[in-house]
Design a protein around this ligand. Structure first.
Ligand code: ACO
Ligand code: LMR
Length: 649
């Protein structure tokens, strides 16, 4: 320590004499090489580098876009792996710009929805000060994050101290609260650290330098990034610790982190009046724990000319005792071996001297940025797309369904394979393709008497066009006709998932006064079975399990005891078999529940019956059928006088 202090004193003396400086540089190159070999390096999983990924809590898409701009300038892929938004039902997507290109980022309701491979990440906790502690605890409990950054200001101190304790127990680096974050230049940007795009470029933050920097303040960090870009080759990693009295990462933690990164040649710390955190750095230097040269400045020396009770910007920035004054902390740091200028004005030249002595290849960060400037100019032309489609791209030749050329489907089960890819995003096994094809064929139509067909016919006979006639029929599909598949699937799924017995289901539905979706038919009964149901079940013998179809059959056995027409109808059968197929092809619970929410079960009936309804409309026009009017004797006309005297019509 004394050796290093004396040696640097020589630098100042020999500074005008280049030959000595060259000789001294060789000494320091050797010291740096030794340092690199001897320094215990941070494990890869704790490094902020170009492979680091973040999860952002809160749908802050503007901030995410700024992170992705930094990623683009750094030449890496998107650093944001997912967003947590408690407002989504289960899973969603957010569309953001990766420079000029839009990309989709998955959005999950909570940490439990994240895929298993999302681990060893950074959490950027943008929750409000009210919910940030709970979010932080849930994130730590998930075990997925090695570093957590809390943005919120105003978290109660006792909450912060509990979080700091828990983070230490779980070996999680906690940055903040009340901080803009930190940055690994050219690798990973936390939140809005580094400020505007212009500042990112001017400070050359898009590529790593060799200086570790730590301050309490994000604003001061941005200022010093600019200083470092003038006096060294730029910052390597920088942290803004936050302005609260209690914070996770402290000055000594940051400096020890820098000490273990071989690419960091020197360290700069910018402290503030109040507190004694910076003195831990002095101790670390004094004990040899920190071997890299440290330039330090504690701002606020003027504070001693003011009454002690004056508090400055940050919550803790008030010197309650002499040891916390800026002047005293600067003195202690200087005595320990840090390089402390006489005033803040001297920090630039001192940084430059120490950097040169530390073997830094000194150059102002003035590499040309023409290409970057041109890329920034292109940003003004980007326009967010209005629609999002994930299933089909007709710009390609041939058209692609789910990425598969449409020509690939011109084989057996072609249409079913198209549905498998467009709706289920999967290549389905043959028995599933056969089932889908069977549904389309059997459900294409069921004659003019059914309500949907009747509405199409009436509309066509009123002279309406084909599309309007089709819509009239499709609009009839609902909880009683053709549109009970979704509800039936949810019923079968939840009963099987939650081991609800058939008897309990029937009791529950009766108590609610609701019909069991998928049960009952106007035309068919146990004496006149709907052979479509038999054909549907016949084509899936290869199913490895049929839990849902078995359950549906068991319900039917009970309902038939009540009335012969309470059979398992085609809606109920399709619902049960699709659930068993989804299970067979390995769909996760999340995918099945998303399918239940998305209406995909009813879609099979809608698609099939569109064939028949179109035909009824065309048929009426081809036949030249005239306007339909219901015959009087087919209508019960209630006498108004009768309805007044009889309340219960
Ligand atoms: N669950 C429980 N009880 C039922 C059900 C059912 N799904 N359907 C009828 N019942 C009972 C009624 O509660 C009633 O009991 P009650 O005599 O003690 O009052 C009795 O059966 C008769 O009721 P209705 O409404 O007259 O029965 P209907 O035969 O007219 O109903 C219908 C047929 C509309 C399909 C009915 O069963 C139903 O709504 N089912 C649920 C919806 C559904 O699955 N629709 C798809 C049909 S297939 C298709 O559209 C392609
Ligand atoms: C259909 O497929 O339309 C039928 O199951 C409904 C009905 O009433 O015939």
């Amino acid at each position: 320590m004394i050796f290093r202090g004396a040696l640097y004193e020589y630098i100042r003396f020999f500074r005008g004499r280049k030959i000595w400086l060259v000789l001294l540089k060789f000494c320091f190159w050797g010291a740096c090489l030794y340092n690199r070999l001897s320094t215990r390096v941070i494990p890869k999983s704790l490094m902020l580098d170009t492979s680091t990924k973040a999860v952002v809590y809160g749908r802050h898409l503007d901030m995410i876009t700024r992170m992705l701009c930094f990623d683009f300038l750094s030449g890496r892929d998107s650093s944001v792996a997912a967003v947590i938004d408690p407002g989504v039902a289960r899973r969603s997507y957010a569309k953001v710009f990766f420079w000029e290109r839009e990309i989709m980022i998955p959005v999950f309701r909570d940490f439990s929805g994240l895929p298993d491979d999302m681990r060893d990440m950074v959490l950027i906790n943008f929750a409000s000060h009210r919910s940030a502690p709970d979010v932080a605890r849930a994130a730590m409990a998930s075990g997925r994050f090695f570093l957590q950054h809390i943005v919120a200001e105003g978290i109660p101190e006792h909450e912060t101290r509990l979080l700091i304790h828990e983070a230490k127990n779980r070996n999680v680096m906690l940055l903040g609260p009340a901080t803009v974050g930190g940055i690994a230049a050219g690798a990973f940007r936390i939140g809005n650290t580094g400020g505007s795009l212009e500042n990112i470029v001017a400070s050359r933050l898009y590529r790593p330098g060799s200086v570790g920097f730590v301050s309490r303040s994000g604003g001061m960090s941005n200022e010093l990034y600019r200083v470092l870009s003038r006096t060294t080759d730029g910052v390597h990693t920088g942290f803004a610790l936050g302005g609260d009295r209690y914070v996770g990462m402290r000055f000594s933690d940051a400096v020890e982190y820098f000490e273990k990164i071989p690419e960091i040649r020197m360290i700069v710390i910018l402290g503030e009046v109040g507190g004694t955190d910076e003195l831990a750095v002095a101790e670390a230097i004094g004990t040899g724990k920190i071997t890299k040269p440290v330039v330090a400045w504690i701002a606020g020396t003027f504070a001693e000319h003011l009454p002690h009770e004056v508090q400055f910007g940050h919550a803790w920035a008030k010197a309650n005792r002499h040891l916390e004054t800026a002047r005293e902390k600067n003195r202690i740091l200087r005595e320990a071996g840090a390089f402390v200028p006489e005033s803040y004005a001297g920090i630039e030249s001192l940084i430059r001297d120490v950097y040169e002595a530390a073997g830094g290849v000194w150059f102002a960060c003035d590499e040309p940025t023409d290409a970057i400037d041109a890329a920034i100019a292109r940003l003004q032309h980007r326009r967010p797309t209005t629609f999002t489609s994930t299933i089909c791209d007709e710009r390609s030749v041939p058209v692609r369904y789910d990425g598969v050329p449409v020509s690939d489907f011109l084989s057996q089960w072609g249409l079913a394979r198209v549905i498998g890819h467009l709706w289920l995003r999967r290549e389905l096994p043959e028995y599933a393709l056969r089932f889908i094809e069977t549904v389309l064929i059997l459900l294409a139509d069921h004659g003019p008497a059914v309500s949907g067909a009747t509405n199409t016919i009436i509309t066509a006979r009123a002279g309406k066009d084909i599309v309007s006639s089709l819509i009239a029929g499709l609009a009839t599909i609902g909880p009683r006709f053709g549109g009970a598949i979704d509800a039936s699937a949810r019923t079968w799924y939840e009963c099987v998932r939650d081991s609800i017995s058939t008897a309990d289901l029937i009791t529950k539905m009766r108590r609610k006064g609701e019909y069991i979706p998928g049960i009952g038919h106007r035309l068919y009964s146990k004496f006149r079975p709907d052979d479509r149901v038999a054909r549907l079940t016949d084509c899936v013998h290869e199913l490895r399990q049929s839990r849902h179809l078995d359950f549906a059959r068991a319900v039917e056995a009970l309902t038939l005891e009540k009335k012969p027409n309470l059979i398992l109808n085609v809606d109920g059968a399709i619902a049960a078999i699709l659930l068993d197929i989804f299970g067979d092809i390995g769909m996760t619970r999340d995918e099945i529940e998303t399918a239940l929410d998305s209406g995909v079960f009813n879609a099979f009936f809608i698609l099939a019956r569109t064939i028949g309804l179109l035909w009824h409309a065309i048929d009426q026009r081809r036949l030249g059928e005239g306007l339909y009017r219901t015959a009087h004797d087919d209508i019960f006309y209630l006498d108004p006088s009768w309805s007044n005297s009889q309340n219960d019509v």
